[in-house]
Ligand binder design. Sequence first.
Ligand code: GLU
Length: 434
Amino acid sequence: MAPRVRFAPSPTGHVHIGNIRVALFNWLYARHEGGEFLLRIEDTDRERSTPEAIETLLDAMRWLGLDWDESPVYQSARTDAHLAAADKLLADGVAVREDKGGKGECVVFKMPDEDMVFYDELKGELRKKKEDTSDFVIVRSNGTPVFHLANVVDDIAMNISHVLRGDDHIENTYRHVALFRALGAEPPRYAHFPMIVNQAGKPYSKRDGDAFVGDFRAKGFLSQALFNYLALLGWSPGDDREKMTREEMVEAFTLERVKNSPAQMDLQKLLHLNGLYMADLPASDFMARARRVLAACPWGAQVSDADFERVCQLMQSRTKLIAQAEEWKYFFSDMPDYDDEKAVRKGLKKDGVQAALTRLVCELERGSFDEASIERSIREVERAEGIREGKLNFAIRVATTGTATGAGLYETLALLGRERTLVRLRHAANTLCG
Ligand code: GLU
């Protein structure tokens, strides 16, 4: 039978990447198996689960392309069903009314008189001794159902075959299995995914860096890249593929290949993947995104379309995150900002650099100014000045762009043009070296 899985978040206004990764694994599993991926909004905490918080969640799911089947189920609308289940448990004698601390009666579920055991698809058999389990409240004295009851009653009603969730829920699962049985239902199959952790191996949180889907989106990460990255965070296709299409991930996704050890958040890897997806964007899409970044820069609004297009062509395959377009100022201004002191020190404040740059100015003054001739001129100067081949490139880059990184040097100079290149080289040689 095709599986029915669900994502059952409690919306809080922020969508943690650990949570959305659980959604993503459920989605991949359902799509791989040809089953159904359902959405249940566990919105019983009305203070946190506001309409805006729910919209933030749905928006994050849509952005990542996590399309769900059927209509979302809102847990807050199912209180009657939860309470009816509690009545049945009371009638069957497996739950009792108790007054805990004089606050009125609540309903307490009696754990069965046996060890609790369930099979986890990732971790194998998990067991808890009778003496380590305890009875628990399923309806509060104010008449509201507790998470455990609502969660299980809804999974039964939604006919969920597999509960795939974070391993912070393992302790709950012993209780849930008992509730399923007491309600006359077969418990679903379970898989509990290891947490996403930081460098120190502790659960990854806001304190460690960006942790919410909205943070990544606001920074300009592409949804395909974040999707791909999160899929690989604790799962692997079984070979060394990294950049994969959604179809390839669906095709390759199995629970056996989900790793049973915590997945360490690696921002560099996310950036790397994002860069690969950036390089694949249609040029017009890349330009539109870069334009938005420049529009927010004090110098960026006046940039002409022609210059802009050439810079985009040069920079697209080297841009990991669109915000890096903020660093393109040197392409569009008369002079770069030489405020990267480290680059200036390492590139220009070195013996022999001043003489070499001065000689390069003479070399570049005549002849054609294409990439190949620029490269030839630089090699020529290195030979004449007794500098090892390629060693002068860094100084030239700092002199002409003010930065230590960028696109290929010869392409960059060709794009800047002879005029601006010479002005910058002269300025560097005369005022920044030594
Ligand atoms: N609302 C719970 C959570 O977000 C439900 C977990 C689940 O059963 O999947 O942790």
